[in-house]
Design a protein around this ligand. Structure first.
Ligand code: SAM
Length: 292
């Protein structure tokens, strides 16, 4: 089956009309209709014939075609049944050669099954709706899965939050999670006009490169829970936010990590938070042992 012209909104619309389909807002469907931008984004993925890639949300397969043209093997996760059917037809030859597989359904429900079947892929890729982007990044990290490299295109504000450092108003528990596991850098800024339909918000493609020395703390689960707690009330001090976990001793636990208990979570670097979670872990262990 012939691919539509991926750079022409008119051709894409005609193609969908011809197949009795329409773009669905609820799935965050906006196609990247700028071929140069597609190439630049896939360049950042740094792939060749030896790499296998997971792509979330192939849509009608414009990025899929670009990735496959570099020789990589690709598994695509698509929730829209119509797109899934068409993409399956477009890349039937690649599928027959073992270079392409399609996993239909919500990636948030299907990725773990795929992981069990085929292991962690070399690369993760997606031009993603906001809620899916934040959830899949958080879910994979929480499950101890980190990709060597990932390139995601997300709403610009989400990209800013992913890369935000302590002291910035954009620094959040999601920033901590992303910066803990990855080095984040910008690949491309994409104004709404690069997409069809034109979204109201600008997007940014970011490169995520696996950090060495992960997890950098004794108990990743405790670290993540503590970070969520510390950022739950941004205006409260670290002492007050930690009191839920460490009770009246929270000030001592924080001081023992070399941190001022009256500081706020947004001023603490990932390294300071890791050190704090270790001190908290020791404290909770002592309580558990009855030695406090
Ligand atoms: N890759 C195409 C491009 O860049 O032009 C389309 C990107 S479009 C922004 C997002 C794609 O993700 C759509 O194909 C949409 O159907 C798919 N999608 C949305 N939510 C999903 C989910 N939970 N699981 C899998 N795919 C999803």
């Amino acid at each position: 089956m012939e691919h539509p012209d991926y750079n022409s909104p008119l051709a894409l619309k005609a193609f969908l009309d011809g197949n009795g389909m329409a773009m669905q807002k609820k799935f965050g469907q906006n196609f990247l209709v700028n071929g140069d931008a597609r190439r630049r984004i896939v360049d950042a993925l740094d792939i060749d014939g030896s790499k296998n890639v997971w792509e979330v949300g192939p849509g009608l397969g414009s990025m899929t075609a670009e990735i496959l043209s570099r020789g990589a093997s690709l598994t695509a996760f698509e929730i829209d049944r119509g797109f899934a059917r068409l993409v399956g037809e477009f890349f039937a030859d690649e599928a027959a050669r073992g270079k392409f597989r399609l996993v239909e359904g919500d990636v948030l429900k299907t990725w773990k099954g795929e992981l069990e079947k085929s292991g962690v892929p070399d690369r993760f890729f997606g031009n993603l709706p906001y809620n899916v982007a934040a959830t899949i990044v958080a879910d994979t990290i929480a499950s101890g899965v980190r990709f060597e490299k990932a390139v995601v295109t997300v709403q610009k504000e989400v990209a800013v939050r992913m890369a935000a450092d302590c002291g910035s108003g954009d620094y959040s528990s999601f920033s901590v999670l992303c910066r803990w596991a990855y080095r984040i850098s910008n690949v491309a800024d994409l104004a709404g006009g690069n997409f069809w339909p034109v979204p109201r918000v600008a997007s940014r493609a970011v490169l995520m490169e696996r950090r060495d020395g992960f997890p950098g703390c004794a108990n990743p689960g405790l670290f993540m829970g503590m970070v969520r707690q510390l950022f739950s009330s941004r205006r409260k001090t670290v002492r007050n936010n930690l009191a839920r976990l460490a009770g009246t001793d929270s000030g001592d636990v924080i001081s023992s990590a070399g941190i001022d208990p009256s500081s706020r979570a947004e001023s603490l670097s990932v390294e300071e938070l890791l050190a704090l979670s270790d001190k908290l872990g020791e404290f909770l262990g002592r309580i558990g042992d009855g030695k406090n």
